[in-house]
Design a protein around this ligand. Sequence first.
Ligand code: FAD
Length: 324
Amino acid sequence: MGIVGSTIVKFLPLAPKFIVRWFAKRYFAGEDLNQALQAIKRISSEGACFTIDVLGEEITSMDETTFFISEYERVIQMIVEHNLDSNISIKPTAFGLHLDFELGLSNMISVISKASEREIFVRLDMEDSSTTQDTIDALTRLHEMGHENVGIVFQGRLHRTLSDIQNLTDKLGKKLDIRICKGIYLEPEKIAFTEYSNIVDETNSAIELSIKNGAYVAIASHDDPVINFSLNELSNAGMGPGIEDPRTNSDSSKLGKGPGYEFQFLMGVRGDVRRKLSNQGHLTRVYLPYGARWYEYSMRRLRENPDVALHITKAVLFPWTNRR
Ligand code: FAD
């Protein structure tokens, strides 16, 4: 799989941009806010809610953070004006957390406060392992300051994830909202699992632990073994569609969320599975990226994880295996 994906990634920059756009268009909502709104209206009819992500490239100076601050403020305004069932996902490095922790934190707070005034939840996406500790520290600080409308992501592939979940649930208890995914960044063996079966097992263990510890759990995987495991764990915990979260250690008062859990999907990926879960009554959320820098962003993601290129190629060539 790695070699085929790497070969596609090697030749992709030679392809004209309009061809790359044709491949990429099912995975992002457009270049501006209005196109994002149209995509949301279209997918809403499938019973999904949303988390909106503003695409951008890695920033190298604090000046570049002003774009993300003002663009996310526009997103919040749009959610309110159009009464959308959506929250937002932000990348801490886009706010400068890796350049200057305190300044980055205060940049994030300006968006998080505006979201909080409108009762909108904010997810801190998890980036590569060089940012894991800073992101956890930022989340902890934000909660200590009273910004409880913020949650985090943990990546099943990292060795540290189970102990991170334990530490953070010990600290924040039922106020913690965790998205669990496998992790898109390929990390070295000394800190991460690299075999598919280990990554699935650890992702499942992370989901199991988060459910047990009372956190709100957003299951973000398109992979059947993870989805089926989660359905089974939820059922064992007495959780499911239309059932009030029975965990005594959880917080069931979260606005706009499911009964202790939800399923999340990337836009354009395995829509048939998402629609099936939604029809069964589970809350499903679509991660909806948009932005003018979609080309640079997609290229970087593909270079970081060539397996994604193979998924995309397969989805385009054999559309019946992966409905949008
Ligand atoms: P895989 O085994 O990779 O995929 C299972 C099947 O899903 C594939 O066979 C294919 O049919 C389909 N598929 C998966 N990905 C694609 C794709 N890109 N295009 C087409 N088909 C595809 N990672 C982070 O590191 N940090 C984050 O903050 C983060 N947030 C995420 C938020 C959401 C809502 C989701 C769904 C994923 C997020 N990820 C994040 C990415 C995640 O870590 C995985 O890299 C990604 O979801 C692929 O893993 P998988 O569990 O879907 O399984």
